[in-house]
Design a binder for this molecule. Structure first.
Ligand code: PMV
Length: 335
């Protein structure tokens, strides 16, 4: 990094196979349950943070457009955490280039805050290890703490060790995972989502009579998922991931009023996935805070799976993703 205090980082989205849906602490972003994910090798986010005199104030662009309102407020609140940790007062000029469609349930906030944590920590002169970076990214967006790491990752709701709840919640790579699958991404709608995951999550915790059952199921799914990943058993991983995602959406649908991210096009993709299984192809679906579907399958089957889901998802090209790397510093600045 030059004396000018500028740093650039790249991060990729992650897709949860056991989901995080609901916080026990909104300010610190502490989840009710552990979650498990795979970091992808597609849709990188590149973020450059350049320090500026404090009187300038924080500013940010996303794909060249200036951010204002709530989006800028979230980034500025995150930068304030960095300033507090570093004992510095400078403002930051943030430039982000996102290649994932923002706000479409494809985890753009995960890659976004992971890249901002890594670039921001370097620009403010903080020397943080991956665990500390993961805790920090969590404060921007919960799922971002998992994109600090590559491959399969677990985010502990409470890892037990550490004096404060903040210190005890972070993500860590699942070194024991023995699987190298594909995730086929069927984007049925790349427009903005119906409700932010932040608001929808809080509403689900507050009003869904199924919420307690969801957290119980999630805890059991996390244990089963770890064992299935350790065995390298794609069918078990897929079955757990699909039932977990459907359980999360059922819990949201039971909220009052309901939160409905799934669309008729989502269900058409689910039909195609079920047909693939009837035809003997191991394929399993998962959906996040949006209508898009990610289909887990063996890498060798990915082209067949992509072909099968394409008619149900004509609005955007079907993308085949694999396991990707964690967030890292880069020498190429965001344009
Ligand atoms: O971290 P957020 O606020 O983007 O929430 C992510 C929630 C899900 O994507 C639906 C599930 C998950 O674990 O990633």
């Amino acid at each position: 990094m030059s004396a000018e205090r500028v740093a650039t980082a790249v991060a990729q989205p992650n897709i949860a196979l056991v989901k995080y849906w609901g916080k026990r602490d909104d300010r610190l972003i502490l989840p009710h349950t552990d979650s498990l994910s795979m970091t992808l090798d597609v849709f990188p986010t590149t973020t450059t943070v350049r320090l500026a005199p404090a009187w300038v104030g924080d500013s940010a662009t996303l794909n060249g457009a200036s951010l204002t309102g709530e989006a800028l407020r979230r980034i500025s609140a995150f930068l304030a955490l960095l300033r507090e940790l570093a004992g510095r007062t400078e403002a930051a000029v943030v430039h982000t280039t996102n290649t994932v469609p923002t706000g479409a349930g494809l985890a753009s906030s995960a890659s976004g805050f992971a890249a901002l944590a890594v670039a921001g920590a370097a620009a403010y002169g903080l020397d943080l290890d991956a665990t500390a970076l993961s805790r920090l990214a969590r404060r921007g967006s919960g799922s971002a703490c998992r994109s600090i790491h590559g491959g399969f990752v677990i985010w502990y709701a409470d890892a037990g060790a550490g004096v404060t709840p903040d210190l005890r919640s972070y993500a860590e790579p699942l070194g024991e995972a023995r699987l190298d699958p594909a995730l086929v991404i069927a984007s049925v709608d790349t427009g903005p989502k119906v409700a932010s995951s932040r608001d929808a999550m809080r509403h689900t915790v507050d009003t869904s009579p199924l919420y307690r059952a969801w957290t119980d199921a999630c805890r059991a799914d996390a244990v089963d998922m770890r064992a299935a990943l350790r065995r390298g058993d794609l069918d078990a991983v897929g079955e757990i991931a699909e039932r977990n995602a459907l359980g999360m959406h059922a819990t949201m649908l039971a909220a009052r009023p309901p939160v409905r991210y799934l669309s008729p096009a989502t269900l058409a993709v689910l039909d195609a996935v079920e047909q693939l299984r009837c035809d003997g192809v191991s394929a399993y679906a998962t959906m996040d805070a949006g209508p898009n579907v990610k289909v887990l399958c063996h890498r060798a089957d990915a082209p067949v799976v992509a072909e099968a889901v394409r008619p149900a998802a004509p609005s955007a090209p079907v993308v085949i993703a694999g396991r990707g790397r964690g967030a890292r510093l880069s020498t190429e600045a965001a344009p």
